[in-house]
Write a protein that binds this ligand. Structure first.
Ligand SMILES: Nc1ncnc2c1ncn2[C@@H]1O[C@H](COP(=O)(O)OP(=O)(O)O)[C@@H](O)[C@H]1O
Ligand SMILES: [Mg+2]
Length: 142
């Protein structure tokens, strides 16, 4: 496990750029952290690294937002509103974990209780102050 200390939203975006630029097609990045921890900020950086220029809204209500037009498609999922595996499966989100196409990033990944994707990179963000975030990441993340 490695750690990175982010001292601003921009730092977290920059960390996302680094992570995204190391990612391979088919990776799933599973992100954990409370509301406001910076998960969506991280995804903004990942999108930037793929050359995606459009805005990156939170998929809290949409559940999944697909961004095309970058190096690969980015599938941005948010499981916050789905409390059980049955709900996640009923929403049809399982394919995004196993399609092998593009890059899938999942906020509230810990809600997924099924088999782990083959290429899973896990990232945890924790607010340690108003502006500081402790970011932990696990192999095969860079
Ligand atoms: N170091 C930091 N990294 C990321 N976000 C930060 C940081 N410091 C303050 N923030 C603020 O925390 C909030 C994070 O929001 P967001 O990325 O939507 O969180 P989440 O998706 O985890 O709910 C933003 O308002 C952002 O400005
Ligand atoms: Mg979010």
């Amino acid at each position: 496990m490695d750690t990175f200390i982010s001292r601003s939203p921009a730092d977290t975006v920059a960390f996302g750029v680094k992570l995204g630029s190391m990612a391979r097609q088919g990776w799933v990045i599973g992100v954990t952290g409370d509301l406001g921890a910076g998960k969506t900020q991280l995804v903004k950086g990942i999108a930037e690294s793929l050359g995606i220029r459009e805005r990156i809204p939170s998929p809290t209500f949409a559940l999944v937002i697909e961004h095309r037009g970058g190096r690969w498609p980015l599938f941005h999922l948010d499981l916050y509103r789905l409390e059980t595996m049955a709900q996640i499966l009923a929403a049809g989100l399982e394919d995004f974990l196993f399609s092998g196409e593009g890059l899938t990033v999942i906020e509230w990944y810990e809600r997924w209780q099924g088999p782990a994707p083959a290429q899973l990179c896990r990232v945890t963000l924790r607010a340690t102050s108003e502006t500081e975030r402790l970011i932990e990441y696990h192999a095969p993340c860079p």
